[in-house]
Design a protein around this ligand. Structure first.
Ligand code: SF4
Ligand code: ZN
Ligand code: ZN
Length: 311
């Protein structure tokens, strides 16, 4: 059977059937739709101003590298925007060191400067060292619970170190819907309201975060990386299996097979619910951590509290 023809250009052979829209696309048209979608998301949520210094959080995985690639492309049409890649080195032996090399290679290829912040420099310990200490104390929290809190803080500090006024992260539609369900399961109303495509600054030390890939399914971000020949790290983090997120990812993927487009449905439902939830979340007052001086919901920030538990 001859290959199907692309429904967009009607000339080239198709490579991908986008079930949720009915399109069947060739490589070139597929990549174009991804870049167009990212551009639309940026406009829709007013994510960028012409003179922004954007720190792109780059881990070495497919999503963040696809994001860097697309932002570097868009950057050509925004000459007054500054672009810098920020990479957090958590200190995960045999995993993050490999990712750092991959991220660095793409930064060089795209001519984007890279700034690295490490857990060891910021907190005095690598994640591996922290987890070894936590396990000795029989603490039930997962590695990802620590890593998530400490990494968010590290990216924020890293962006400030280079005087960036915005941080772009590679969160995809899948990450967004997983986070929504995780926050519902945990009953975390503040984070449910706060996790949105563009954050509202609640503390002068918080650098505003944007998520230009939030309307791109994860498998399309992977296909984009493949088409653009972007080398990325595909071995999973050794701590990943501990995460609740993994189970939710599996559940959502199974639902998506049966109910095509359900991830978009969850995202849109959240958009409708958010205004009501935001009213409650606004009551949370951000202050300054008494120990490190970073923004915090309590007197002691979550990162400092976790570091105390290890000490
Ligand atoms: S899987 Fe968990 S421990 Fe590994 S990098 Fe991600 S959040 Fe950190
Ligand atoms: Zn085409
Ligand atoms: Zn603190």
């Amino acid at each position: 059977m001859p290959p199907q023809t692309c429904t967009a250009c009607k000339t080239r052979p198709a490579l991908y059937h986008r079930q949720y829209s009915g399109e069947t696309l060739c490589k070139k048209c597929f990549a174009q739709t991804i870049e167009d979608k990212v551009r639309q998301t940026i406009t829709r949520y007013h994510m960028l101003q012409f003179d922004d210094h954007l720190a792109v959080a780059v881990s070495g995985g497919k999503d963040s590298l696809s994001l860097l690639y697309i932002m570097a492309k868009l950057h050509k049409h925004r000459p007054r925007t500054t672009l810098t890649a920020v990479t957090v080195d958590e200190g995960i032996k045999g995993y993050r060191d490999q990712a750092l090399q991959i991220a660095n290679a793409l930064c060089k290829k795209l001519n984007v400067p890279q700034h690295i912040v490490s857990f060891k420099d910021l907190y005095g310990l690598t994640l591996d060292e922290m987890i070894a200490q936590i396990r000795k104390k029989n603490n039930k929290l997962t590695a990802c619970a620590y890593c998530g809190v400490l990494r968010r803080k590290a990216i924020n500090i890293g962006a400030r170190q280079i005087h960036a006024n915005k941080i772009a992260t590679g969160h995809t539609l899948d990450d967004e819907t997983q986070t929504i369900l995780m926050n519902i399961i945990r009953g975390d109303i503040v984070r449910l309201a706060k996790e949105k495509p563009i954050t509202s600054e609640v503390h002068p030390l918080f650098v505003q975060k944007i998520k230009p890939l939030c309307e791109i399914p994860e498998k399309e971000s992977a296909l984009y990386a493949y088409i653009k020949k972007i080398d990325f790290q595909d071995t999973p983090c050794p701590y990943a299996s501990e995460a609740l997120r993994n189970d939710i990812r599996g559940m959502l993927n199974r639902m998506e097979i049966k109910h095509v487009g359900v991830k978009f449905t969850v995202q849109r439902a959240m958009e409708r619910l958010r205004p009501a939830i935001e009213e409650t979340a606004k009551k949370e007052n951000f202050r300054t951590c008494i120990e490190c001086g970073e923004p915090s919901a309590m007197d002691l920030c979550k990162a400092c509290e976790m570091l105390h538990q290890m000490g």
